[in-house]
Ligand binder design. Structure first.
Ligand SMILES: *Cc1c(COP(=O)(O)O)cnc(C)c1O
Length: 398
């Protein structure tokens, strides 16, 4: 199908919310995708940090196809062996005792919010939940309220109550906001959508200790940072902390819609029978996909090998600090951001990289985000670095 026809259907029928790039993707293989003209792109977007095994990964594709033939979906009214296999693997790998399976990041965070509120009620009161300014936790009304984007807040008012914000990476502000009304804190260790902004080690360690001392639940949104993205299975492992809850989605099932909310035994048993549910959450197809992803990561050795490639990625990108129109290079593992001065639009860099066969995307303030499949190779990273170097060297903004 011709791209103009595709674009026309979108313009006529889709709700006008997406600013799409001017290519239509048709298939993928390895760490590359191909457009309708057959052009190849090495994919540093990966469905936004979701296709962690790339495209047509042999074991993963086989596991998904096998499950499609057996059973795609049944109600959570029934047990399935694949769900029991997966939750056992996930809980063993994560060290959390309880899980609820969802279909997206927003739903995983909704579940965490509801579970926290249920926990507060069981412990005698209504409490507020705090998140960081510029955080991104999803687009449902409650997760949007936690998300620190106030422009969107006005558009969707009235918003649910019981939420508040603290300043990103500002421990004094954090401390001042933790009054008796607060029962839980949710944060991303690296804020993804706002441009790959890591919290400092000190902030996270101190914020965690303060929450622990006050009996405040510490919830880490690992939707983007989880599943090996930062070099550990979950990003909280870098800081020697043990959150009460984490939430997952994006990479959890390698591109099949899925999410999870994981909790300690104490917190995770706050729901009573019928308190929460989901039609599709944790269905057999999603569980088979997620089980295969986790198996490839932990038993197949991808977690270790991708952690090394992630370090290499950081070393190669550090080289770009020589360009005075690059203001910051941030991130960890295979989650990196390169920020440009305002005069040089990151969207223009994105376009020039696409012309050279590399997909990247823009996140947050004028920042190019790089979140490739965890199967990305050193050679493919070298290719991106060479292409970006060429783009930067031919850029004249000063
Ligand atoms: C993408 C993202 C979400 C929302 O996930 P959806 O699947 O789009 O609902 C929530 N939190 C973080 C940190 C994310 O990166």
């Amino acid at each position: 199908m011709n791209i103009n026809k595709i674009k026309e259907a979108e313009a006529t029928h889709y709700m006008p919310v997406f600013a799409r790039d001017n290519i239509a993707l048709e298939r993928g293989e390895g760490n590359c995708v191909y457009d309708t003209f057959g052009n190849e792109y090495v994919d540093f977007v990966a469905g936004i940090a979701s296709n962690i095994l790339g495209y047509n990964h042999p074991e993963y594709t086989a596991a998904v196809c096998e499950q499609v033939h057996k059973l795609i979906h049944v109600s959570n009214h029934y047990y399935t062996e694949i769900q029991s296999k997966y939750i056992t693997r996930l809980c063993e790998a994560s060290g959390f005792q309880r899980v609820f399976l969802t279909n997206s990041g927003a739903e995983s965070n909704e579940c965490a919010i509801k579970l926290a509120r249920r926990y507060f009620k069981n412990h005698g009161g209504n409490k507020r939940i705090l998140a960081a300014e510029r955080a991104f936790h999803g687009r449902s009304l409650a997760t949007l309220t936690l998300t620190g984007n106030t422009a969107q807040h006005e558009a969707y008012a009235p918003l649910p109550s019981g939420f508040g914000h603290f300043k990103y990476n500002d421990f004094d502000d954090f401390k001042s906001k933790l009054d008796d009304s607060v029962g839980a804190v949710m944060l991303e260790t690296i804020q993804g959508e706002c441009g790959v902004r890591p919290f400092s080690n000190d902030f996270l360690v101190n914020a965690y200790a303060l929450c622990k001392s006050k009996g405040i639940l510490f919830i880490v949104d690992e939707v983007q940072t989880g599943m090996g993205r930062t070099g550990k299975l979950f990003s909280f492992e870098h800081f020697g902390i043990k959150p009460d809850m984490i939430t997952l989605a994006k990479g959890i099932a390698g591109g099949i819609p899925m999410g999870a909310c994981l909790a300690s035994e104490e917190v995770g048993t706050s729901f009573a029978l019928g308190d929460h549910g989901s039609t599709f959450g944790g269905n057999p197809l999603a569980c088979a996909a997620a089980d295969s992803v986790l198996e490839v990561l932990t038993e197949g050795g991808l977690l270790e090998s991708s952690a090394k490639v992630g370090e290499y990625f950081g070393e190669r990108l550090a080289h770009f600090s020589k360009y005075n129109f690059i203001t910051d290079i941030r991130g960890r593992g295979l989650m990196r951001g390169i920020q440009f001065i305002d005069k040089l639009p990151a969207a223009a860099i994105e376009g020039k990289l696409r012309e050279r066969g590399y997909l990247v995307n823009v996140a947050g303030h004028n920042t190019v985000r790089l979140v490739p499949p965890l199967t990305i190779t050193r050679e493919q990273i070298d290719g991106l670095v060479a292409a970006l170097d060429e783009v930067c060297a031919s850029t004249n903004v000063m």
